[in-house]
Design a protein. Structure first.
Length: 410
């Protein structure tokens, strides 16, 4: 390689690559780098942070970024140093300055950058709204989704692409967080966030057990982090009924539970169709797992689940602790009589046995009012909290403050 060749002289065109955009965040303050990194990840970016120009040079040797975000927490000298360093390396990606609106240096550094012919986005003054950041970066966002072909879960496990995120369950009356669901996520190095349907294998797949073990182990480790650093929270994890059929899987699940006085137990969600089709197994497993502080939740997510309720209602005993109604029935229930009827059918079943109910997929205020009036105990959905990585969830949710519904269509 020519030693005099600028570091950034050759780079792929993002519009042709159509993969996850990569950003480098340059700011002296670690908490600002972390905040901006999370904001960019919400938009679909992968990101790295650096505090000094030397860090920036080192970070850029590993991947050619589409975007450099320069924060001005360190003042004008830092901003100018980053700009001149990028100009010296002939960086041809986008550059975004972020700083206080009233800070004179924001406009001054923007002029310096343009004098070096850097491709500058309009500067972003703080404080700003999420929509402002998205608008600045609209041209960098992917124009295609991730590949539809399945991602090999064994490769994902070995490469460390998997993570577990958490979405709060909110008490309908107090609006306080009172639990959370653990959700497996995969961030591919090229395609970014990949939908679960593209990587979660069938229960018969030899790698499924490893994936289930990963999710349980990570969730239990995160529970210890929540309990020791913030507050304990009751977690729910969705697993297939095949886990209940395997005595070894059940034993591994039991052994991974935290040995901590504040641990209130784990909820395992099983699809309603699987439970209705395996009543004897599900009941026996539910009774047995209760002895180990594990409760079974029925996750109703298909029309077939509602059709199976008569067989569940005929049971003399009901060892399940929760009934969770999927967003398929909840979203739009304020306007759709058929969805409300399905919700009421499931509420009637839960009421007969004294089981807690959860309405998931709540995204509109109107639907929240509807499920509250129908008598659901808990709600879960983007109206209140989106899924978050463990550290972010702990900071945002476990302060145990009331969670006000976000603005939404009525």
């Amino acid at each position: 390689m020519d030693e005099h060749r600028p570091m950034f002289a050759v780079r792929s065109n993002f519009g042709r690559r159509r993969v996850t955009p990569h950003a480098v965040i340059a700011d002296r303050k670690a908490h600002i780098r972390k905040f901006l990194g999370e904001a960019l990840e919400d938009l679909g970016f992968t990101s790295h942070g650096c505090a000094h120009l030397g860090d920036l040079r080192a970070a850029l040797t590993h991947a050619v970024p589409d975007l450099i975000v320069i924060g001005l927490a360190g003042g004008a000298p830092d901003g100018v140093a980053f700009i001149e360093g990028l100009a010296a390396e002939a960086f041809d990606g986008k550059v975004l300055l972020i700083g206080a609106r009233e800070q004179p240096a924001l406009a001054a550094i923007q002029r310096v950058a343009k004098s070096h012919n850097l491709d500058m986005l309009p500067p972003l003054g703080t404080p700003y709204r999420d929509g402002d950041l998205r608008a600045r970066l609209a041209d960098l966002l992917p124009v295609e989704g991730p590949p539809k072909a399945p991602v090999d879960v064994a490769e994902a496990l070995a490469a460390g692409w998997l993570d577990v995120w958490y979405q709060a369950k909110i008490d309908v009356r107090s609006l306080l967080p009172c639990g959370a669901e653990a959700l497996v996520r995969l961030r591919h190095p090229a395609w970014g966030a990949v939908p679960p349907a593209c990587f979660i294998p069938d229960a018969a797949d030899p790698h499924f057990r490893a994936l289930a073990d990963f999710v349980v182990a990570r969730a239990m480790a995160d529970w210890v982090y929540f309990a020791t650093r913030y507050a304990p929270v009751k977690l729910a994890i969705k697993l297939p009924i095949a886990v209940l059929e395997d005595p070894c899987s059940v034993e591994r699940l039991r052994l991974q539970l935290p040995d901590h006085p504040a641990f209130e137990g784990l909820i395992v969600g099983i699809s309603g169709a699987d439970i209705a089709g395996n009543i004897a197994l599900a009941r026996e497993a539910a009774w047995r797992l209760q002895l180990h502080n594990i409760g079974i939740s029925i996750d109703a997510g298909r029309d077939d689940d509602v059709a199976e309720w008569p067989s569940l209602a005929a049971l003399a005993s009901f060892p399940f602790v929760e009934l969770k109604v999927d967003g398929k029935f909840v979203a739009g229930c304020a306007d759709d009589p058929l969805k409300r009827a399905a919700c009421r059918t499931m509420l009637d079943l839960a009421g007969r046995f004294g089981v807690r109910t959860v309405a998931s997929g709540v995204e509109r205020r109107a639907d929240f009012r509807a499920v509250k009036e129908m008598g659901f105990d808990l709600v879960q959905g983007l109206l209140f909290q989106k899924p978050m990585a463990a550290t972010r969830f702990a900071r945002a949710v476990l302060a145990c403050q009331p969670v006000e519904p976000a603005s939404s269509p009525r």
